[in-house]
Write a protein that binds this ligand. Sequence first.
Ligand code: AHM
Ligand code: MG
Length: 346
Amino acid sequence: MTPPQFEPRYTRDNLASLQSHILAEERRHPGATGEFSWILSAISLAAKTIANKVRRARIEDVLGEHGDHNLHGERQQKLDVIANEIIMRCLGDRANIAVLASEEDEQPVLLRDRAEGGRYCVLFDPLDGSSNLDVCVGVGTIFSILRNERRAPREVPHHLQPGFRQVAAGYILYGSSVVFVVTTGNGVDMFVLDQSIGSFVLVQRRIRIPSGTRIYSINEAYLDAFPEPYQRYLRYCHTSGYSSRYIGSMVADVHRTLIKGGIFIYPPTRPHPGGKLRLMYEANPMAMIIEQAGGVALSGSERTLLIRPFDLHQRTTVILGSEDQVDILRAFLAGETPPPAPAVPA
Ligand code: AHM
Ligand code: MG
């Protein structure tokens, strides 16, 4: 009798959910326990719940300010508080999470030590760009996952680790569609929420950031408050055929940069000489995504992922994008001769 013929059916047309994709990725690592996909499934549940709240915000009258300021002195939006609570509720009971740390809370929430199973630290910005909510601009959730290496009983887990130690990072963009972008250190994959079945489905694997895109993204209203090399760089862009795109919502600006190429910059300014954006739950996860997509992420002249953190809420300068575009700005910052301006298309 002829033996049966097996035909592998792993084609690019297969339908894969976020969960099945992460489980498949985990299986590639020897000794993987599947615990990690358990965390990502909680993040995906939180993302779907926040997406629903964002969509219904006007109907449920949860737009506008909450009335309080967060620890950074910024006015909290009602949805900042709601999104923070949703993430805490979705992740708080995952038995392998040691620490949850949020932009909205001064202190991290210590859940369990390593002996009790606390293997991971999850840091997040629950709703980045929330001041744009009232005008229906895309906003997002950013997350960073680190291993808890502190093994002694009752030893306080350490979430203050440099970005290169992240085991996963990603963001969810609540835009014209809800997009989940994630890396576990093996490239960057993108999922879109299919509302009709309530699942994030894989739409693009191993995203590579394109080069040759003349788009810069910066809040140019602060030009006079930028250090001189940034001002000279911007004058170069003005005469070299660049376009400017700035949404003012980091997740949306970084997502465009990842998909279309170009550069996103938040330089030091006079009010924020160390930069405005937060290292641990904004700059680091975005830096991991961009590097995993073949791009470059810097804080001034230093690689963002190498910064040794000293505070959960510390700020940093952000420069990220395609390597060719970051190299041009890097030349200006180093006082070197920038590469000749590319020809402006007719
Ligand atoms: P937030 O975390 O309080 O929302 O602030 C971060 C946001 C980023 O999304 C965005 O890139 C930046 O602040 C915009 O700042 P500015 O208005 O100074 O350009
Ligand atoms: Mg933020």
